[in-house]
Design a binder for this molecule. Structure first.
Ligand SMILES: CC(=O)N[C@H]1[C@@H](OP(=O)(O)OP(=O)(O)OC[C@H]2O[C@@H](n3ccc(=O)[nH]c3=O)[C@H](O)[C@@H]2O)O[C@H](CO)[C@@H](O)[C@@H]1O
Ligand SMILES: C=C(OP(=O)(O)O)C(=O)O
Length: 430
């Protein structure tokens, strides 16, 4: 298994091109199941999760093409890909493929809507919590689907004539359930209203893609989405938005090491709450025409309390990275994780650097230290992994991060991007 080796202590200085968002690219790829015409996606990141979803879509019969780099484009530019679901040849998403990645469960929405049936393996739990699918099933049933659970599979059937629009008031905000019901409703008969919808920028990216494909959606970007079902959708060409979690991750890395980095293509409005918190830590943030500049020089890191929340709140996917930053703050901070019940797996690993962190239920209390010391650590999930890289960049001496396959799920060219800014970091194969 590959590892990352890094020597901490260098400031980060330079420019980092922000990649397309994993959490937007995945549902956009899934949206291709809704039409028999090609969907072209631009700025798709090169990630293990994207590859895995390609396998799943190919199993349903989607033809996928990756277009070559255009003249003048550098090698960090995102992929341009075509997804063509002319015929859906199989409406089953098997365990072997779905169990590796949670978002693959979301194919249930388009499959059910277009083919009137779907058999999708339950995604199962993962390191950050139990992650049930009750909200998905609640929404699909409201659209008229009959649902059975059979040998670990969700077997869903639409009524004769297809899904029927309904008002669905989610009791809890769910990104995945919102994506799924939104996609399913585009081809349902009549009007669907999704209340208490997730408002994440990735939902907006998908909703705008669906509109470009001929869907009728209003309320995009708000808590209430209204979808007027149409007979069919058509092809479109859509850009994947820049990754706000990657943006926040590099911003926190720069805040921790010190330095001056331009995050090229970043969209600050997609992570304003995290940037507001970062500014309170003493990090200087400047919006420039090319992106977001992050600077910290000389001054210490102020301790700030944070609570994770659905968008526009502070994202849970930046919680581990922010905790890494707080381990070197000049004081005591508290983090409350409200989205996932078990998203503190990085705590035990951060402690190996000498960090002082105590967890009590949802709350982690971090007593900042002036310096961390490099260590051997183990990545436990995607964002936890990158928090260890950030800690290692600021720690003195050598750090080895084991099990970095988690990182490859969601960070494109991480070592390359960091080493171009002065970090001493390399991947060790084996
Ligand atoms: C691929 C992708 O985009 N993943 C993101 C997505 O995950 P994902 O879509 O899985 O997260 P959700 O927004 O659905 O989860 C939010 C909360 O709702 C709960 N829940 C969810 C569905 C359900 O049927 N029942 C239920 O109780 C979950 O257990 C969790 O406690 O949003 C999360 C919250 O911003 C992010 O951390 C993930 O990075
Ligand atoms: C938790 C994440 O992804 P997933 O929902 O695919 O597990 C993430 O992107 O941080």
């Amino acid at each position: 298994m590959d590892r990352i080796r890094l020597i901490g202590g260098n400031e980060l200085n330079g420019e980092i091109a922000i990649s397309g968002a994993k959490n937007a690219a995945l549902p956009l790829m899934i949206a291709s199941l809704l039409t028999d015409e090609p969907l072209v996606l631009q700025n798709v990141p090169r990630l293990a999760d994207v590859k895995q979803l390609e396998r799943i879509l190919e199993n349903h019969g989607v033809d996928i093409a990756v277009h070559g780099r255009r003249r003048g484009e550098d090698d960090m530019v995102g992929q341009r890909m075509t997804f063509h679901a002319a015929d859906i040849v199989d409406t089953t998403a098997p365990y072997e493929l779905v169990s590796k990645m949670r978002a693959s469960f979301w194919v249930i929405g388009p499959l059910l809507s277009r083919c009137h049936e779907a058999r999708v393996s339950l995604p199962g739990g993962c390191a950050i919590g139990t992650r049930p699918v009750d909200l998905f099933l609640f929404g699909l049933k409201a659209l008229g689907a009959e649902i059975d659970i059979d040998e670990g599979y969700v077997v869903a059937r639409a009524p004769k004539g297809g899904l029927v629009g309904a008002t669905i008031a989610f009791p809890k905000v769910s990104v995945g359930a919102t994506h799924t019901i939104l996609m399913a409703a585009t081809l349902a008969k009549g009007t669907t209203v999704i209340e208490n919808a997730a408002q994440e920028p990735e939902i907006t990216n998908v909703a705008e893609c669906l509109v470009a494909m001929g869907a009728k959606i209003t309320g995009i970007g708000t808590r209430t989405l209204t979808i007027e079902g149409v007979e069919r959708l058509h092809g479109a060409t859509v850009d994947v938005i820049p990754d706000r979690i990657e943006t926040g991750t590099f911003a926190m890395a720069t805040a921790m090491t010190g330095g001056n980095v331009l995050l090229k293509g970043a969209r600050p409005e997609h992570l304003q709450s995290a940037l507001d918190i970062l500014a309170q830590t003493g990090t200087r943030l400047t919006v420039e025409p090319g992106g977001l500049r992050v600077q910290r020089s000389g001054n210490g890191i102020a301790a700030v309390d944070v609570e994770t929340d659905p968008f526009p709140g502070f994202p849970t996917d930046l919680q581990a990275q922010f905790m890494a930053l707080m381990t070197m703050s000049e004081g005591t901070s508290q983090i409350r994780e409200t989205i996932f019940e078990n998203r503190y797996m990085h705590v035990a690993e951060l402690v190996r650097f000498g960090a002082d962190i105590a967890v009590d239920g949802q709350v982690a209390t971090i007593h900042g230290k002036p310096q961390l010391k490099g260590a051997q650590v183990m990545a436990t999930d995607l964002r936890a992994s990158v928090s260890l890289v950030i800690a290692g960049l600021a720690a003195s001496g050598e750090t080895i991060v084991n099990r970095i396959y988690h990182l490859d799920r969601g960070f494109e060219g991480l070592e390359d991007k960091l080493s171009r800014c002065g970090a001493e970091i390399e991947r060790v194969a084996g």
